[in-house]
Write a protein that binds this ligand. Structure first.
Ligand code: SF4
Length: 79
């Protein structure tokens, strides 16, 4: 079974909220006005979350105008 990881490069986020509209199950805006992955770990200013199914995170990544959401499948970037 594949494993997935989603990363937000928060320093690139423009606070447009597209990701929250596309995937509210995983994305929310935090009190800094930046996108945040729910229950994620913060590494070097980025949010990282591992999951069994990328679900709507792929739609969120495609909706991001600055391409700062990355989705990895078995370690390979797919979006
Ligand atoms: S879609 Fe991208 S730029 Fe817009 S809030 Fe989400 S992470 Fe930030």
């Amino acid at each position: 079974m594949a494993s997935y990881k989603v990363v937000i490069e928060r320093d690139l986020c423009t606070s447009c909220e597209n990701c929250v509209v596309e995937c509210p199950e995983y994305f929310e805006m935090d009190n800094e006005g930046l996108s945040h992955l729910k229950e994620s770990q913060r590494r070097d200013g980025n949010d990282e979350l591992k999951m069994e199914d990328a679900k709507c995170c792929l739609d969120a990544a495609l909706s991001c105008p600055v391409l700062c959401i990355h989705v990895y499948e078995d370690g390979e970037e797919i979006s």
